[in-house]
Design a protein around this ligand. Structure first.
Ligand code: ZN
Length: 175
């Protein structure tokens, strides 16, 4: 986590994000377009995405970054998008190959295009890892490791949904 940085006059304080709980100092900047997060958290997410778009070595885990952040900031999310994000985290936790991950995520997305996704259970606890930890990475290797750990931690907060998500994936495997 990024530590609180008190200004010389003590006027700068960190505020907790309403979504993920990360305590971040808002240093200002353009307004974030994301819902359900603190301005600082939204801008940090955008900065991490920029880094991934700029470097293929970072981009490898882009899907996990988006899914992890979105699940921690569910305001306004559709049941379908939540289902897709959970499927992605489940597959990564199970060590799925990237090609399979893409295929299955597309399959889950298609499935819930018309069929309503079943009700899911909001997590009781927050993940101990947030975008603040990921943003601190200084190399692509470190970035990928942190994003994977983040995805695993977010997945671990959704234990009530694990059987449901695994049932979608089992169905996909079967045909
Ligand atoms: Zn946040």
């Amino acid at each position: 986590m990024i530590a609180d940085h008190a200004g010389a006059a003590g006027a700068v304080t960190a505020t907790a994000c309403s979504g993920c709980g990360a305590r971040l100092v808002d240093t200002g900047g353009p307004p974030t377009l994301h819902d359900g997060c603190s301005p600082a958290c939204g801008r940090l997410f955008d900065a991490v995405l920029e880094r991934e778009y700029a470097d293929p070595e970072y981009f490898v885990v882009h899907g996990l970054t988006v899914s992890s952040w979105r699940l921690q900031h569910p305001a306004g999310a559709s049941a379908r998008s939540t289902a897709v994000h959970l499927a992605r985290l489940c597959l990564d936790a199970e060590g799925a190959r990237p090609e399979r991950l893409v295929a299955v995520v597309q399959s889950v997305s298609e499935r819930f295009r018309h069929d309503p996704a079943p009700p899911l259970t909001p997590p009781v606890d927050r993940s101990v890892i947030t975008i603040a930890d990921v943003a601190a990475a200084t190399t692509a290797i470190e970035h990928r490791a942190l994003v994977r750990a983040w995805a695993g931690a977010v997945w671990a907060t959704r234990t009530a949904d694990h059987p449901t998500v695994r049932s979608w994936l089992a169905r996909q495997r079967g045909g």
